[in-house]
Design a protein around this ligand. Sequence first.
Ligand code: FES
Ligand code: FES
Length: 157
Amino acid sequence: MKTRVTVNGAAREAEVEPRMLLVHFIREALTLTGTHIGCDTTSCGACTVLLDGRPVKSCTLFAVQADGREIMTVEGLAQDGKLHPVQEGFHQEHGLQCGFCTPGMLMTSCALLKANPSPSEEEIRWAISGNLCRCTGYVNIVKSVQWAAKQMAAPSS
Ligand code: FES
Ligand code: FES
């Protein structure tokens, strides 16, 4: 089936089998390999992307369910060679070690800050509770999101 999406602002289309998972469509048909596959069973969140602005685990959907919709992946975060504040926050606060969970963490964090620009620590922990990290212990991830929230709230000079 022909599946058409807008991904990171660009129109893309590909012929896919109806059983193809969205994460495989993103990685294989669209060659956007920044989105990771950690489990394939909706547990780890490494495959999180934004679908029409909302975070989804892309191993949980079929590609055809995204037809006509807008996807944002980690590759779409940086603009004009400048990291997104959430990416910068993970850099500044050491919010990653191996980096495997990071694309999903970034997408979930972006969606959180869009919906709630000033989240409490509890709200951050709740928001990322579907994203597993086996390296960091989460403390620095929370700090990274807090760093980004402050940055995004600051008036731009
Ligand atoms: S690969 Fe999708 S939740 Fe783990
Ligand atoms: S940084 Fe390694 S899994 Fe999160």
